[in-house]
Design a protein around this ligand. Structure first.
Ligand SMILES: [Zn+2]
Ligand SMILES: [Zn+2]
Length: 165
């Protein structure tokens, strides 16, 4: 007997394999056991051996799926990280270039070749802009690195969540 409403969608843990899944009850006497487990659910010694084998296969399959998904996520995060590294390197190169230009401008100003205020302002604007873009890319890289690190430390978590039989 169960206390759930009939003909209603529920996400519940199978009482046999403990994997969460969708259940729709058609009778009050339905057991909360998934379709995969029904054939081995019972409790006779022969069924218990079958249950152990089939649960092992089920968990292994789920672990493989989870690990594939995690690897795919990691590859995506790494690609994004490399993209951000390239942006940062480009911006840093621009900043270095502008600093050289700024030095040249100061020399020209001393020689009386340029209007000091206008040239300084122009270079400052470009430096500020490149600095802002570089900062934004750095921040995105940090959060991306965090995501990659979290993905790594989470490895194996699903093993601990498996129920004991
Ligand atoms: Zn099950
Ligand atoms: Zn089972």
């Amino acid at each position: 007997m169960h206390a759930y409403r009939l003909h209603t969608d529920y996400t519940l843990k199978c009482q046999c394999c403990a994997v969460s899944q969708r259940f729709v009850f058609t009778s009050k006497s339905d057991v909360i056991v998934c379709g995969y487990c029904k054939p081995h659910y019972g409790g006779t010694p022969a069924k218990l051996a079958q249950q152990q084998r089939e649960h092992a296969a089920l968990y292994l399959n789920r672990l493989t799926q989870a690990s594939k998904q995690r690897n795919a996520d990691q590859v995506k995060h790494r690609a994004e990280l490399e993209h951000l590294e390239r942006i940062i390197a480009q911006k840093e190169a621009i900043i270095r270039q502008l600093e050289i230009e700024l030095g040249d401008v100061h020399i020209s100003i001393r020689k009386g070749e340029f209007n000091e205020a206008v040239m300084s302002w122009l270079i400052d604007e470009r430096l500020t802009q490149a600095g802002k873009e570089s900062d934004a890319a750095l921040r995105r890289r940090e959060s991306q690195e965090r995501r990659v690190a979290e993905g790594t430390t989470n490895q194996g978590a699903s093993i601990h969540q498996l129920p004991q039989h």
